[in-house]
Design a protein around this ligand. Structure first.
Ligand code: G4P
Length: 533
């Protein structure tokens, strides 16, 4: 009986079976398909097709967002939990649109690893690059999946070079393709030198048929394709592109798998790697430098807030990543920033707008707290011994727009919406310390402005006029430098809600000149992946 197991031992055991990761990719590289195939291989769905069907239902039942429908994209992030090989896998979905948003970055703050999905015909694309910078800033371990091998594509050796050159991450193939893109027979498993031959099933709806052959039989049956794979694998051995767990965990090398999510080829290998290689949750360090052990009382932090997901209830869901202890629905926690009690009567696991009540959760899991309007991104919640985790970095904005209510009679609604949407992290809101009342919105992706305007109109009843302002780059500054910058054309200093002063520049070259001419001015570059500490 589980009652015989001391509670903290049970927490450690549960934590060690958790694997919490996100998939990062360029739109269309196959993230949704792969997610669906993971569910298929985990036995969570009997046939592929469920994820898209659920996504369809979500669109049908929620106007969050009509915008999603118009643009045919997914803006909302979701969390998916399933079990595989007696492990609990938490897949944090990142928004799949072409634009970057701060949401994606924040989701990565809650993940212990990422899978980078690349289309074999395209290689590294802009979005992957940007997301990867965030992984690197956090030293997040990354697995790579070279997808769509069933179609004509590029030479895989060339792609390895490209990955290393463009993102500075050294791929270490665990499997290597037998057959060329478009004529994909199976993989050479570099871990034992054997051949795994795949056969399709109709529409990829059920697991691919896999047959394991030893090298002798592979020579006879696959001839040249096998020979070529062997030669390429020998080359990889020679250059030392071989799986190394330590450098993977340090975010320096990336175990690589080839496959086709559509036909299910290679999906099992990748899912096995999630269990075998992705690290389980680790104890997190609080702002005071002390470590909160996994088996300490409950603690967690809010990494995402989503309001009005269900139009029938104007609600507010805060997604909390559990860092330590056991979560029991109904427990009263402490909200670290205010010291106030927080009731968790309404806890849910959320997938799109579908909810299941969640009763128990462990480190690595994500809990959606409903009616959590007092929580903000980055807030820590804890039980018993106090802890506060460091804030989630906000990102250096790259796009700016001034915002005015279209109808001045709806000034109040406009400001209510502005405050709420800023708290949810939809956009950053900058104000003029010299008193210009027109706020400036700041974002890392243009989509954030669209979401802002749409939600302001539909949820708060205030249409907004946004006009872009021509700044391109931001630097952190101080009062003294602000006084100097008042005399400089093409710049403006604005304040974030927390008081940080941001100097905005119309031209990066101009900024460069100012930095050269005035080395004593404080114009701090944004560190890491654009994080403003
Ligand atoms: P995303 O979430 O990363 O945006 O990509 P998604 O899985 O939606 O896949 C984008 C398109 O690529 C889909 O085709 C999907 O079927 C296809 N795809 C995904 N994996 C593979 C693969 O391994 N091989 C091949 N050949 N195609 C793949 P679509 O036509 O846009 O959509 P659908 O009508 O098939 O759903």
């Amino acid at each position: 009986m589980s009652l015989a197991v001391p509670a903290d031992a049970a927490v450690s055991a549960e934590a060690s079976r958790r694997r919490t990761f996100a998939i990062i990719s360029h739109p269309d590289a196959g993230k949704t398909t792969l997610t669906e195939k993971f569910l298929l291989y985990a036995g969570a769905v009997a046939e592929a097709g469920a994820v898209k069907a659920r996504a369809g239902r979500r669109r049908a039942t929620s106007d969050w967002m009509a915008l999603e429908q118009q643009r045919g994209i997914s803006i909302t992030s979701t969390v998916l939990q399933f079990t595989y090989r007696d492990h609990v896998v938490n897949l944090l979905d990142t928004p799949g649109h072409r634009d970057f948003s701060e949401d994606t970055y924040r989701v990565l703050a809650a993940a212990d690893a990422a899978i980078m999905v690349l289309d074999v015909a395209k290689g590294v694309e802009a979005q992957t690059l940007k997301l990867f910078e965030v992984c690197r800033a956090r030293s997040l371990p990354v697995l790579t999946f070279l997808n769509k091998y069933d179609r004509p594509g590029r030479d895989p050796l060339e792609l390895l070079d490209e990955i290393e050159a463009q993102i500075g991450l050294r791929p270490t193939p665990a499997t290597w393709p037998v057959g060329i893109p478009g004529d994909f027979r199976g993989v050479l498993d570099r871990r034992d030198g054997g051949f795994v031959r795949y056969r399709r099933t109709a529409h990829g709806a059920t697991a691919a048929l896999e047959e394991r052959l030893d090298a002798e039989r592979a020579v006879v049956e696959e001839g040249n394709a096998w020979q070529q794979a062997r030669e390429e694998a020998a080359l990889l051995d020679e250059v030392g592109a071989t799986l190394d767990v330590t450098s993977f965990l340090a975010g320096k090398t990336s175990p690589l798998f080839v496959g086709s999510a559509l036909t299910n080829f290679g999906v099992r290998h990748l899912l096995d790697a999630v269990v075998d290689l992705v690290p389980p949750p680790e104890a997190r360090v609080g702002t005071d430098g002390s470590t909160r052990p996994l088996d300490a009382p409950f603690s967690g932090f809010v990494f995402k807030i989503q309001a009005n997901m269900d139009p029938a209830h104007r609600d507010h869901v805060a997604f909390v990543r559990v860092c330590s202890g056991r979560f029991d629905r109904g427990m009263t926690l402490v909200h670290a920033p205010s010291g106030r009690p927080f009731s968790t009567k309404y806890a849910a696991s959320v997938f799109g707008s579908e909810r299941d009540t969640i009763d128990v959760a462990y480190p690595g899991d994500v809990v959606g707290l409903v009616n959590a309007s007092s929580l903000q991104i980055g807030d820590t919640l804890y039980d018993a011994e106090p802890v506060a985790f460091p804030p989630i970095a906000t990102f250096a904005p790259e796009l700016f727009a001034s915002a005015r209510p279209r109808d001045t009679g709806r000034h109040k609604q406009f400001h209510r919406g502005l405050t709420q949407l800023e708290r949810e992290g939809v956009v950053q809101v900058l104000s003029d310390p010299d008193g210009d009342p027109v706020p400036v919105l700041a974002a890392v992706g243009a989509m954030q402005f669209e979401v802002f305007a749409h939600r302001l109109a539909h949820e708060f009843g205030a249409e907004a006029d946004l006009s872009s302002v021509p700044y391109k780059v931001a630097r952190r500054t101080d009062r003294e430098t602000t006084d100097h910058l008042r005399q400089v054309r093409g710049t403006r200093v604005l304040a974030r809600a927390d008081g940080t002063l941001l100097a905005l520049f119309e031209s990066p070259y101009y900024l460069q000149r100012l930095e050269q001419d005035h080395p004593d001015w404080r114009l701090d570059p944004i560190v890491g992946a654009g994080a403003v500490p």
